[in-house]
Design a protein around this ligand. Structure first.
Ligand SMILES: [Fe+2]
Length: 380
């Protein structure tokens, strides 16, 4: 067996773990924190809780919250300038994927210089980043664990994937209590995103035993606990979604994603749609596209979705995909591409951009523009 690498941050997991944020920051040498969040979170009340925690440790901080859903390149540059002007030393982020990805971009540009576009793709970061502590407020993006940062290049209307070991935060503090203040829509879109991370990392040609265990467990938990959590809003159920999101993130960060995410990034860059809501449209068709080369693995996914195996791997795989479509439908989300893309003529441009995304490289079946068009046509 060849030597394999599995990178994750130090993880604090559990209810009220947020209170460890300032101790962690001090341990990493913080005197002046650069704190990143988004306007939505400012209204949630969690910011005040966190600032009290910072104050208790006599920490200073600079607060940056000019972060859009799907963070923009110019926001990264604005944040990096502020980080340097203020002489900050540790980056702390609280929020969903957008503020965490923005925080990674800010840490990157502040320490390595240039523009965020200079680092698009895999392994292009040369110098170390400042210490990072991330606290996810959703259970899905996995940015608090992963080697990925996704930033929108406004001029090109492209969501850039930046992938590097140095983008893994030093510490991830996962407090499931934060999920109790999230809307139904956000819980759904985050959980579906985590499910897509789990599926794509499981099918990746660079998946291995440690990533596969996390992928499978994440799928199992989301199938079981998402419907329960939506009904109950109970912390026990939400906590299971947090575990699922973290497991899926540990898997995809180390095994990569696939063409579902390549297309989702392309669609997101062009149309600024909610990332997690693109997967119900694409994922079943991506599974059908990929199952030609990894039938047994798609059957494993089918077994989890169905809760049992059928007579053959092919029957289990096909029935699992159909059940997954019904599951997405039951959540009340859009399941056809025409509900997201207004004009069919945009599809070829979306596929042309998607084929250049780094996620294509870890798809199990070789992807071509024609293949991506085939998926989009099936999803239309
Ligand atoms: Fe995602």
């Amino acid at each position: 067996m060849s030597v394999l690498k599995f990178s994750i941050p130090e993880i604090f997991f559990g209810r009220e773990s947020l209170k460890y944020s300032s101790v962690c920051a001090k341990r990493l040498g913080a005197e002046k924190i650069f704190f990143v969040t988004d306007p939505g979170l400012e209204q949630s009340g969690w910011i005040d809780v966190l600032f009290d925690i910072f104050e208790d440790e006599n920490l200073e901080w600079v607060h940056y919250s000019n972060v859009a859903s799907n963070p923009r390149d110019w926001q990264i540059h604005e944040g990096a300038d502020l980080y340097l002007d203020e002489g900050c030393d540790v980056v702390v982020a609280l929020g969903g994927g957008s503020p965490m990805d923005a925080a990674k971009g800010i840490a990157l540009v502040a320490s390595n210089g240039g523009r965020v576009q200079d680092y698009e793709g895999a392994n292009r970061i040369q110098r170390p980043l400042p210490p990072m502590i991330f606290m996810p407020s959703t259970a899905g993006s996995g940015s608090d664990v992963s080697q990925f940062a996704i930033v929108t290049d406004v001029e090109r209307r492209v969501k850039m994937s930046i992938i590097s070991r140095t983008l893994v935060p030093n510490i991830s503090i996962i407090d499931p209590i934060l999920l109790t203040t999230k809307s139904r829509e956000l819980i759904i879109s985050s959980a579906i995103d985590a499910f897509a991370h789990a599926v794509e990392s499981y099918l990746s040609p660079i998946a291995f035993s440690i990533t596969e265990i996390h992928s499978l467990k994440a799928m199992e938990l989301i199938m079981k606990y998402l419907p329960r959590a939506l009904q109950s809003n109970d912390l026990d159920d939400l906590e299971q979604l947090s575990i699922a999101g973290t497991s899926a993130a540990m898997a995809f960060s180390n095994a990569g994603l696939g063409v579902d995410h390549a297309l989702a990034h392309s669609l997101g860059g062009m149309l600024d749609v909610v990332h997690g809501l693109i997967h119900p449209v694409l994922l079943p068709h991506v599974l059908r596209y990929n199952m030609v080369v990894c039938l047994d693995k798609v059957a494993d996914i089918g077994r989890i979705v169905l809760g049992r195996s059928l007579g053959t791997p092919e029957a289990t795989a096909k029935a699992g995909i159909e059940k997954l479509e019904a599951y997405f439908h039951s959540l009340g989300v859009a399941t056809r591409l025409r509900d997201i893309v207004s004009d069919r003529v945009n599809l070829s441009q979306i596929c042309e951009m998607a084929i250049q995304d780094s996620c294509v490289l870890s798809n199990p079946r070789v992807a071509t523009v024609e293949g991506l068009m085939q998926i989009c046509e099936a999803a239309w």
